[in-house]
Design a protein around this ligand. Sequence first.
Ligand code: SAH
Ligand code: MG
Length: 196
Amino acid sequence: MSIINTEMKKIEKYAEEHKIPIIEKEGMKFLVNYIKKNNVKKILEIGSAIGYSAINMALAGNNINITTIEKDETRYLEALKNIKNFNLDKKINLVLGDALTLNIEDKYDLIFIDAAKGKYIDYFVKYANNLKNKGSIITDNIYFHGLVEQKEKIEKERLRNLVDKIKEYIAFLNNNPEFETTFYKVGDGLSVSKRR
Ligand code: SAH
Ligand code: MG
């Protein structure tokens, strides 16, 4: 096995042990393919966690540049360590902060939304301004462990509220006059939104 594979496995193991919700394998593959197919070079990620998706995206091709935002300091520090370990600190600009209050000026080919599920609409509205005209916004966990489609069975109130929020986000995307969205049942569910 290559060094990259071995190091990636270590991050996956850390995520599992510390219950950090990194993107599912299938979703990651989809993202990497999307980046390759669409010649994506400049990416903004909301929600870095420990850097797993950012590292995988940075490795998808040459000259890929990523800005990724994480508000939890422990995760931010772990991400910093992982990014350095992969020698990607020139390609990945890791920012410690709350994506909802930060001010980002640049424009991106791809914005990957993967932070607090209850705040998806807020991220989308705020960061649509940072999307290049032909760019796409991809969102993770649209399916939410299958819970979005079987709400009756959920007992915990907090979880039910989150599922409601994701449903609101799906409705927001479906009724959005500016963006056209396609939903994919890969990994934990992904949506791809592009300007009409
Ligand atoms: N994209 C990562 C997983 C991210 S998990 C991967 O697939 O590898 C979601 C992360 O979003 C958590 O670490 C959480 O701390 C962070 N987060 C939640 N709200 C945020 C906000 N407003 N700004 C920045 N990060 C946020
Ligand atoms: Mg996710």
